[in-house]
Design a binder for this molecule. Structure first.
Ligand code: C5P
Length: 408
């Protein structure tokens, strides 16, 4: 990818040294990096080592006359194809989310007219703090791509999400973003339906059967498809999540309603069934609240009937079957075996399978297998947004290069 250039802002944190590895990976691929080093960043990594690897001078000061004469801060912020902040500290993200500009890094972030990528790194509690969550949501709403941090042991001795994503993962994200508008428009003109979240199956006006699905993975997939230009209809059960930008949402409660909304959305080119549809619903729904009988019964028997299989009904359509039907398989054991069986039983083209025996449901990360006819691909553990982006790219790829199938 020669000829491309990024502006790399190195924030202060123990992970700052990883920016050296990132610059090396970029250089190997012909991508030049011009570096801004914050004051805190310079406590962890020297301008000399960054400059030696980038083959350029390192910019540090907003009010440095020599710097300004060489390249003004406005020009610096626009001289690249992409601005990357790595590590993105809680402080840098807070500044950028609020439009502060009191040093070179934050000024460049405010002045730039280029896409911005942030790779966060901070203590697990700082990452989980309501203020950081607010800032991340604001940055994403402003169009900044904020990666999910890695999870693991931290330099401070704690454990959890907050580690800087590995340089290889940041590098791949940079490449995706540098591929430019052509890549982003790859699915324009394609219609996609995505189901997400749980369903609720009422037994009376106040009680229902449901499950722990948060909707995170389905929403992320709807958003990633929309970013590639697809016209996305998100059919969603009840969740706490905001509707992603550029997506048309149809909110439903029950499996029957979800089924109806999906049918109404067809025809489509792509169907991705991520919803955790309740397999059964109470056979009857009492019109008034069911009452206790003051201990005079020996328990209540709830009769359940099967819900329609939405995925199967879409995948087995004779007329107007979407060209690509993707199902999800949440398993607690023998993931690969069950996923393969599901592919055939449901008639879909791909199954994205994951092990939900841990904290996947409702959690921020996912580790999946992509199963298509005769092929299985294992993806490393990553954030749900990264899974979504990778899957959306694979979906786009399948339309341009059908021979490639799902999983090489
Ligand atoms: O059979 P199982 O529920 O494990 O299959 C999961 C896949 O099937 C998911 O993609 C889910 O969205 C879809 N599904 C569906 N309708 C159902 C049950 C599951 O669309 N009633």
């Amino acid at each position: 990818m020669s000829g491309k250039r990024i502006l790399l802002i190195v924030g202060g944190g123990i992970a700052a040294y990883k920016s050296l590895e990132l610059i090396r990976l970029l250089a190997k691929d012909g991508i030049a990096a011009r570096v801004i080093l914050t004051k805190a960043g310079a406590e962890f990594v020297t301008p000399l080592s960054l400059g030696s690897l980038s083959g350029d001078r390192v910019y540090q000061d907003l009010f440095n006359l020599t710097d300004e004469a060489e390249m003004g801060h406005i020009e610096l912020s626009r001289s690249a194809d992409l601005v990357v902040v790595s590590p993105a500290t809680a402080d840098l993200m807070a500044k950028a989310a609020n439009g502060l500009a009191n040093d070179l890094a934050s000024t460049a972030l405010l002045a730039t007219d280029k896409p911005v990528l942030m790779a966060p790194a901070m203590n697990v509690r700082m990452w989980g703090h309501a203020a950081t969550k607010r800032n991340v949501a604001q940055l994403r709403a402003d169009g900044v791509t904020v990666m999910e941090p890695d999870e693991g042991a931290m330099a401070c001795g704690e454990f959890g999400p907050g580690r800087l994503p590995e340089p290889q993962r940041i590098f791949e994200q940079i490449k995706t973003m540098l591929e430019g508008p052509a890549e982003y428009g790859r699915l324009s003109g394609f219609r996609a339906i995505v189901t997400a979240g749980p369903t609720r199956e009422p037994m009376d006006p106040v009680r229902f059967l449901s499950n722990h699905s948060s909707g995170k993975q389905g929403y992320a997939i709807a958003e990633a498809l929309a970013k590639l230009g697809a016209d996305v209809r998100l059919v969603t059960g009840p969740t706490q999540l905001p509707i992603p930008a550029g997506v048309t949402a149809v909110k439903v409660e029950t499996a029957l309603e979800m089924h109806k909304a999906v049918q109404a959305g067809l025809p489509a080119d792509i169907f991705v069934g991520v919803a955790a549809v309740a397999d059964w619903r109470p056979a009857t729904r009492a019109t008034g609240k069911l009452k206790l009988k003051g201990g005079k019964d020996d328990g209540v028997t709830l009769k359940l009937v099967e819900n329609p299989d939405i995925l199967k009904s879409v995948a087995t359509r004779k007329k107007d079957r979407p060209r690509l039907v993707v199902g999800f398989a949440a398993e607690t054991s023998d993931v690969e075996k069950h996923a393969k069986a599901k592919l055939t039983r449901k008639g879909c083209d791909w199954v994205v399978a994951n092990d939900v025996s841990g904290d996947v449901m409702g959690g921020a990360e996912n580790e999946i297998l992509l199963v298509s006819k005769g092929k299985v691909e294992r993806w490393p553990r990553m954030g749900k947004a990264d899974v979504a982006q990778k899957l959306a790219e694979r979906i786009a790829g399948a339309f341009y290069d059908p021979e490639s199938g799902a999983a090489e």
